[in-house]
Design a protein around this ligand. Structure first.
Ligand code: ATP
Length: 307
């Protein structure tokens, strides 16, 4: 999957601002960024739901604007917002999807069973979609997205609003889907999600890719250990290659310090000067349709010590 100079403007808003992206077959690629960074818009363009203003996007080698039907055949999508048919049962939701994808009867039935067993929903197949919990609805959306055997699966913030246990269950399903040979493109603002699942992570901010690496590569570049120093007025994370250097620095500080392993949130802070969740919180204040996250916002007035 590839984008070249991809652009999407909404009036004067540059939702996607010249994005060059390459996702190798067989990867789980994490597209990480704060609220409003352009993740959903990119996902929608790649899945043919939104037309770009400029540039090009290819999925499985097909141009999503010029060859949308061919591109769509090989992709599955789990959108950010639930879009099941609430008045149909679990089974009927899948049957409808299979019919819309032109799957023949026998093949469709065996694949429905396979996907419902895969997602642990077979025993509940007669339950109405509207009666399911948020976690089960998401599982059904994965079963549906994989039903027609796509080579690429797009997941747009698949675990937003789920509790920690259900989120981990979703991560298992995503990993298992990958082991079945599906390339996965996942948008997220959850740092742990990108760290736990993804082979490669692209960090997007204000419509542009600002960095791309493996999670481990990011942490090595930024510094594997962070010292947070607290004073009345400031919170100053500084990055170091190892705990010894971090401890030496911490010993020089008058205020309370915490030494901990760094994470992708720290990488984002070191790249942009602020945190993923902090931007999310700001965006939430600015708009009425933010969605629930599980983290408190950090404030980083400065950074950049050892690294
Ligand atoms: N249909 C639209 N009309 C106008 N502006 C839009 C539309 N969709 C997105 N935008 C704007 O484009 C920018 C990128 O939005 P997008 O939803 O792609 O970000 P995101 O990274 O997916 O954020 P979120 O975490 O909220 O899903 C934001 O400024 C958003 O307000």
């Amino acid at each position: 999957m590839e984008t070249r100079g991809l652009l999407k403007n909404y009036g004067s808003t540059k939702a996607v601002a010249g994005l060059d992206l390459k996702v190798e077959t067989g990867q789980i690629y994490g597209f990480l960024g704060p609220n409003g960074a352009g993740k959903t818009t990119t996902c929608r363009i790649l899945t043919t739901l939104t037309k770009p203003t400029g540039g090009q996007a290819l999925v499985s080698g097909f141009d999503v604007v010029k060859e949308p039907s061919l591109a769509k055949k090989g992709m599955g999508l789990v959108p950010q917002h639930l879009n099941l048919d609430p008045d149909l049962t679990i089974y009927e939701n899948l049957k409808l999807h299979g019919m819309l994808h032109g799957m023949a009867g026998d093949k469709r039935e065996s694949r429905i069973r396979e996907m419902l067993e895969f997602t642990d929903l077979w025993d509940r197949k007669k339950e109405l979609a509207k009666s399911l919990s948020g976690g089960l609805k998401r599982r059904l959306m994965i079963a549906r997205a994989l039903l027609h055997e796509p080579r690429v699966l797009f997941l747009d913030e698949p675990t937003v609003g789920l509790d920690a246990h259900t989120r981990r269950r979703m991560w298992e399903l995503i990993s298992q889907s990958h082991r079945r040979g599906v390339t996965i493109f996942l948008t997220t603002h959850y740092i742990e999600e990108a760290e736990s699942l993804c082979h490669r992570v692209g960090i997007i901010n204000q419509g542009s890719l600002i960095a791309e690496d493996t999670p481990q590569g990011f942490l090595s570049t930024t510094g594997k250990v962070v010292v947070e120093s607290y004073s009345d007025t400031s919170f100053l994370p500084r990055f170091f290659d190892d705990r010894k250097q971090a401890a030496e620095y911490a010993a020089t500080r008058q205020e309370d310090t915490v030494i901990r392993a760094s994470n992708l949130e720290d990488v984002f802070i070191s790249l942009t000067g602020r945190g993923v969740m902090e931007e999310k919180a700001q965006a939430k204040e600015a708009s009425s349709f933010g969605h629930g996250g599980g983290h408190s916002a950090k404030t980083a007035h400065g950074h950049g010590g050892g690294k």
